[in-house]
Write a protein that binds this ligand. Structure first.
Ligand code: NAI
Ligand code: MG
Length: 533
């Protein structure tokens, strides 16, 4: 096992001011003391080794059937971290066969729920023990800050596993008073083999949101990681096996969407599909599922979430929270507060302060203490974001700060703020998925409700106000799956998450996610002597 990465070596704890944690969720940022965006220097060594690059099928690390590999890159430099086995349809077939066998013949669905719970709890303990190594691997492969990985995301992964372990022995059916002399009950049974396709922005959180409930319900899994971030899931899946997960229950296939991903979505022996990613790819996998065996599909897709700052808001706090809502995780959040609506009476002051806050955002090597923003995930996303920035300028929005790449190596982008943004501009309509804040002006509540809802997305919204009536009105009027009032990105394993409209179908996390992984069987038995009862 690689030597543990010493947090103290990398972090100056006193300087950790960018994100304040609340319980196991995360809350809005506090003011940072870093005054200028730092230049990008020589990359810091991650302090962890890459141990697993093969596919994990039936409890063993194996090469792809084709023998092919693909490189996974360090977003700080664009250099290769490791070559990873490239799974294709043949590998997906092997993985599904292993998961099928583990479901039909293996101990996992049959063991007592208490035993399943104990394995999941042991896994959570092991993940916690390896927190720093996993965090380093995640930061290296993804570019998010080490502080975020080590202090927020891996602890949330642990929390997710403990939460769903807690559910394992509390899943049960009902006894139903039907009209007639019958004993009627429902059995809640696992669906079978779950296919899960995850993105690169929160690789391990997406892993946990999907694997946690599927395991608690007694299913077996084939998980396809994103091609940009294959490393951390392999590491964590190995720990699950060390905790006692039987072979074949969790299979991990690295590879690309149109090959491995499509093979999983269209597989006749996959009983359920869960997907997180872009709306377009969500449509494609839904179609593949429908065309093959009609497997039920859970989709968690894109967003263009409004963050509404009302006229009674404390402006400094609102600026900080709106900044956090957009820039967190390099702006690569499905629920990013990417349309900042500000009341006209405080608009100018807000823009002035939002610009100043973005201009002093600490951008640099994500392994360095105090850094708030690392590089974007890859060159595709980097180019896409720069293109959106150019379109904002061309469409006449005011570029307040940023607007270009940072440094000449890797995928760093300057924190960017646009004011005078109009609803019909491309930057106000499409998901940018980068560090680009767009600030729009509104006059009254009716108008902002209409404009906030005028999008094909409906993932989340933020509201900033001291007025309970305003909060209640907005909360109920907004067509979104999550409303954060005077907070943003406050997540917990127990809180459901998902989208209205084209932001998705179904809910993940919390109790709501269990039904994605359960079948309900109604059992009806005639009562022999109803008159006696
Ligand atoms: P994507 O939706 O294409 O990829 C997400 C996952 O789907 C990856 O594992 C990928 O390999 C897989 N995939 C791709 N094509 C597939 C297919 N035909 N069949 C089955 N699986 C397939 O997203 P991508 O290209 O990484 O990013 C594009 C945009 O999507 C981003 O700019 C962002 O706007 C959005 N996005 C949204 C995310 C969210 O959290 N909702 C996460 C990542 C991206
Ligand atoms: Mg990578």
């Amino acid at each position: 096992m690689a030597s543990a990465l010493k947090i103290s070596r990398l972090l100056s704890r006193s300087s950790f001011s960018s994100i304040s944690r609340g319980g196991n969720g995360y809350l809005g940022a506090t003011l940072s003391k870093y005054s200028t965006a730092s230049a990008v220097e020589e990359p810091i060594k991650p302090g962890v080794e890459v141990e697993h690059t093969q596919l994990l099928i039936d409890g063993n690390f194996v090469d792809a059937a084709s023998g092919k590999t693909f490189p996974t890159l360090d977003p700080r430099t664009g250099e290769v971290i490791a070559h990873v086995a490239e799974g294709n349809s043949e590998d997906v077939n092997r993985a599904v066969a292993a998961a099928r066998k583990a479901f039909d013949e293996g101990p996992w669905p049959k063991m007592t729920a208490y035993e399943r719970q104990r394995i999941m709890l042991r896994a959570a303990d092991l993940i916690e023990k390896h927190n720093d190594d996993i965090a380093a691997l995640e930061t290296w492969d993804n570019g998010k800050t080490y502080e975020q990985s080590a202090q927020i995301e891996i602890p949330m992964l642990v929390r997710l596993f403990r939460y769903y372990a807690g559910w394992a022995d509390k899943i049960h059916g009902l006894t139903i008073p039907a009209d007639g002399p019958h004993h009627v009950q429902t059995l809640h049974e696992p669906i079978g083999v779950a296919g899960q396709i995850i993105p690169w922005n929160f690789p391990l959180l997406m892993f946990a949101w999907k694997v946690g409930p599927a395991l608690a319900c007694g299913n077996t899994i084939v998980l396809k990681t994103a091609e940009q971030t294959p490393l951390s899931a392999l590491y964590v899946a190995k720990l699950l096996h060390e905790a006692g997960l039987p072979s074949g229950v969790l299979n991990v296939v690295s590879g690309f969407g149109p090959t491995a991903g499509a093979a999983l979505a269209s597989h006749m022996d996959v009983d359920k599909l869960a997907f997180t990613g872009s709306t377009d790819t969500g449509k494609a996998v839904l179609e593949l599922a429908a065309r093959s065996n009609l497997k039920p599909v859970t989709l968690e897709l894109g967003g263009k979430s409004p963050f509404i700052v009302c006229e009674d808001a404390d402006i400094d706090q609102a600026v900080e929270l709106a900044h956090f809502a957009l820039f967190f995780n390099q702006g690569q959040c499905c629920c990013a507060g990417s349309r900042t609506f500000v009341h006209e009476r405080i608009y100018d002051e807000f823009v002035h302060k939002a610009k100043a806050r973005a201009a002093k955002r600490a951008v640099g090597d994500p392994f360095k203490g105090g850094i708030e923003q690392g590089p974007q995930i890859d060159s595709d996303q980097f180019e896409k974001i720069l293109k959106y920035i150019r379109s904002g300028v061309q469409n006449g929005a005011t570029l307040e700060t940023g607007g270009d790449r940072l440094g000449d190596k890797g995928f760093y982008i300057q924190p960017t703020v646009f004011s005078n943004v109009q609803d019909d501009m491309v930057i106000a309509k499409e998901e940018i998925f980068g560090p680009v804040q767009t600030i729009l002006k509104f006059k009254d509540l009716r108008e902002v409700i209409q404009r906030a809802n005028n999008t094909r997305y409906g993932l989340a919204a933020g509201i900033f106000t001291k007025d309970i009536d305003t909060a209640n009105t907005l909360t109920r009027a907004l067509k979104v799956g999550t409303v954060w009032v005077n907070c943003f990105d406050t997540f917990d394993a127990a809180i459901p998450f998902g989208g209205y409209k084209m932001s998705g179908q179904g809910r993940e996390k919390g109790e709501y996610s269990l039904k994605n992984y359960l079948q309900v069987k109604a059992v009806v038995t005639p009562l022999k002597n109803p008159a006696w009862l």
